[in-house]
Write a protein that binds this ligand. Structure first.
Ligand code: PYC
Length: 414
């Protein structure tokens, strides 16, 4: 059997079908260059071609596609935010996600689970009520439920939280809350963009950006210079590195965010469970693994190392909530980089540098925004005008003191 497999693999008669081409070299000029081959950059390339007919586009990434924030999150999708701007934006993403496997012709394992944000105190319950009211006002399925409903839906949960924390007094429940396979999302957008003519250049690092008379003129990479008038930065935790190249200051700070998965288990947890007091979130993937994470590491750092302290802290909270997990083994642990804004809303759109666009400030909520971010930033780049849905997220809000305070809807207390 192994011999036959090797023979098949080496046979020229059945060449392996690639998801996307691997162009030998960069062209001298593109209509747009997207820095960052994560879900966001690839989705932007896809919608530039699909919605705006812009196909002379290069996506460059210093590593491999989906190797940054896209491959380092816990794949939660929801729109139960706190501000009308946030709710409308993320709802756009939920709607695109719901049809994305069909549109991109790849099974993204999109799975609606229902999303609980547990409250352990009157103050937390008040915030959940506030969110529920804003959500309902904007047509989002979201309501506050009591402990009985939670126990009925997730029977394994200990409502007393091991007696160490305040008991669970209710939750914000958001039935459309979902999960998906994050790498499949990146690969599907990559294939869709490539099929429409965009080029994907992995292992290509940006080393500088030329600005002439306040306008983008080109991008320097370790594979040569590219002439272009439009550049999108979609690099999450590396954003400050790129903005420095164009002389732009942002209020971003970078924190690590860790997560882990357990060994696969038989399906038992159908819902996504978040506790802002225990600082954890957990869901069960289609492979049976529990995918779980906590708050940001509480210091600014550009590092993707995993720590034992994180696994121990998260394990303690998980056991308080689900005592049945006592014997379960951790299988993998990882960390990503989060570019945090002061108001916990993204940083998107046009900038004072003509032709330079930002897709940043994703903190811990970037994966769920992938489709709507790609669509709205593609519009913005194609027309040089912020899309209606992202106007509130422009960098200028910080000098105009028009912040979009979304901290109350972060999954856990960062
Ligand atoms: O915002 O849903 C969220 C989230 C989950 C994990 C980190 N952030």
């Amino acid at each position: 059997m192994p011999y036959r497999l090797i023979k098949f693999a080496l046979s020229k008669t059945h060449p392996e079908r690639r998801m996307f081409r691997a162009p030998a070299k960069l062209k001298d000029e593109y209509d747009a260059v997207i820095i960052g081959g994560g879900g966001h950059g690839l989705a932007a390339a896809y919608y530039l071609a699909h919605d705006h007919g812009m196909t002379n586009v290069a996506v460059v990434d210093k590593g491999y596609i989906g190797g940054g924030g896209t491959g380092r999150n816990t794949a939660i999708i929801r729109s139960n935010y706190l501000t009308p701007e946030g709710v409308r934006f993320y709802q756009g993403s939920v709607e695109l996600f719901q049809d994305l496997s069909r549109e991109l012709d790849l099974n993204l394992f999109y799975s609606e689970r229902g999303h609980f944000t547990l409250a352990h105190s009157p103050a937390s319950l008040r915030t959940q009520r506030w969110r529920a009211e804003v959500n309902k006002h904007l047509g989002i399925e979201s309501e506050v439920v009591g402990p009985e409903f939670i126990k009925r839906t997730v029977p394994e949960i200990d409502l007393q939280v091991g007696g160490k924390q305040a008991p669970i007094s209710g939750a914000l429940y958001h039935p459309p809350g979902a999960i998906a396979r994050h790498d499949a999302v990146a690969w599907a957008y990559a294939r869709g963009a490539d099929r429409r003519g965009a080029e994907i250049h992995q292992q290509t690092a940006v080393t500088g950006i030329d600005i002439r008379d306040g306008e983008v003129a080109g991008v320097h990479t370790d594979k040569g210079f590219i002439k272009t008038k439009k550049v999108l930065s979609a690099v999450a935790g590396w954003t400050t590195h790129i903005t420095r190249m164009v002389g732009l200051r942002t209020p971003l700070v970078i924190h690590p965010l860790q997560a882990l998965v357990t060994e696969p288990l038989k399906p038992w947890l159908n819902s996504i469970v978040v506790s802002a007091s225990l600082h954890l979130y957990v869901s069960q993937s289609s492979r049976g693994e529990l995918v779980t994470g906590a708050s940001l590491d509480p210091y600014e750092l550009i590092s993707m190392r995993s720590t034992l302290g994180f696994a121990e802290g998260l394990g303690t909270g998980l056991l308080d909530l689900f005592p049945c997990l006592g014997d379960i083994k951790v299988m993998r642990q990882w960390a990503g980089l989060c570019d945090m804004t002061p108001d916990f809303s993204p940083l998107m759109g046009t900038t004072p540098v003509k032709g330079f666009y930002l897709d940043a400030g994703w903190g811990t909520w970037g994966f769920k925004a992938t489709p709507i971010c790609g669509k709205t930033i593609a519009f913005t780049l194609a027309r040089d005008q912020d899309h209606e849905l992202i106007k509130a997220f422009n960098l200028s809000r910080f000098e105009q003191f028009e912040l979009v305070g979304e901290k109350g809807a972060a999954s856990v207390g960062h």
